[in-house]
Design a protein around this ligand. Structure first.
Ligand code: TRP
Length: 333
């Protein structure tokens, strides 16, 4: 049976953190046997905010290394840089003829950018959802493992696919849907009491996959806690619930049970909880960090992975683009 096709783009700005790993990268690795997977570093997308040209290479290499360290096998999946597949940009142009200014201006992520960077509201920012649709449709993907914040973009990708098919009277593009593992999206809270670990906020609440053992220990020992309970069975405050949740994510529910009991009996010692969490986190992150660093020591290996990935991705993309060009009528000889 033909496997379903999966596409996802990985942003290349900023270091990846535990939330990215548990929420996205680990899931990519779980999909690689059952689906035909295309994963790419979204380097064109990152250009909308004008990064320093000198930094691009290192961040692309880092993202590739961190994803392989998280379990992606470049022999099983197609791992590539978005800018290595010019077919995507050509499809982007074709789709742009079907995307309307009004609908693009209404996209919440665009409106956020208009607010946060009023001096750089460029056209690429406006058409970001069209490029994202091209990323997906160029491989005829039906499954896209992304978080909730990307739902709107996916809906637009479905609209563009549908519009293209009906305009040209051919079913070239299937409609892509968000993929999740049938489990509730896991919650990875910050160490600073925030509900979600994120890279944009201050680094202290976030465990990065590049953090050294001592840095991890320090961040966890400084994590926000509440005052100790004075009455049995007090409901858990957010900060303690967050530490429990993190411990559960790295060590399993069994590890949390004794602390929950101690909390209920008002005998909990936050120092013990933090020490256990810190050691568990160190053990959890260490192999990923070390493997990623190791890989970055051999740029030739990463270049080879990118080259092979680009070749495989272009072979798939060229077929789709050929069909799209033919449908549009731009085939003259
Ligand atoms: N927009 C996605 C994000 O911000 C990244 C992305 C770009 C993507 N192209 C994609 C995700 C195609 C899935 C499929 O995280």
């Amino acid at each position: 049976m033909k496997k379903e096709i999966v596409v996802s783009g990985i942003r290349s700005t900023g270091s990846l953190h535990l939330g990215n790993y548990l929420g996205a990268m680990r899931n990519y690795a779980r999909m690689q046997d059952d689906f035909t997977c295309f994963f790419f570093v979204a380097d064109y997308h990152s250009l909308t905010t004008h990064p320093d040209p000198k930094d691009l290479r290192a961040s692309v290499y880092r993202v590739i290394a961190e994803n392989i360290a998280s379990g992606l096998d470049p022999e099983k999946v197609t791992l590539y840089a978005q800018s290595d597949v010019p077919e995507t940009t050509e499809l982007y142009l074709l789709l742009n003829t079907l995307a309307y200014k009004g609908e693009l201006e209404k996209v919440p992520t665009f409106k956020d950018k208009v607010r946060s960077q009023p001096d750089n509201v460029n056209a690429a920012l406006l058409t970001y959802p069209v490029l994202m649709a091209a990323d997906i449709l160029i491989h005829k993907a039906t499954q896209v493992p992304v978080g909730k914040d990307q739902e709107q973009h996916l809906e637009m990708a479905r609209n563009f696919a549908h519009r293209f098919n009906s305009r040209y009277n051919e079913t070239i593009f299937p409609e892509p849907y968000a993929f999740n593992f049938g489990e509730a999206l896991i919650k990875v809270p910050g160490l600073d009491g925030s509900a979600k670990m994120s890279k944009s906020e201050n680094g202290a609440g976030t465990i990065y996959l590049t953090d050294e053992d001592e840095v991890i220990r320090k961040k966890i020992m400084k994590a926000k806690t509440d005052s100790s309970p004075t009455e049995a069975h007090t409901p858990l405050p957010e900060s303690i619930a967050n530490l429990f949740q993190l411990l559960q994510l790295v060590s399993g529910a069994e590890a949390v049970a004794p602390y929950q009991t101690a909390w209920n009996e008002t005998t909990i010692r936050f120092g013990d909880l933090k020490k256990e969490l810190a050691e568990a986190m160190v053990q959890f992150v260490k192999p990923i960090r070390e493997k990623a660093l190791d890989l970055q020591q051999s740029p030739e290996a990463i270049q080879q992975i990118l080259r092979t990935g680009a070749e495989k991705a272009r072979a798939s993309a060229a077929q789709t683009l050929e069909e799209a060009r033919r449908a549009v009528g731009i085939r003259y000889y």
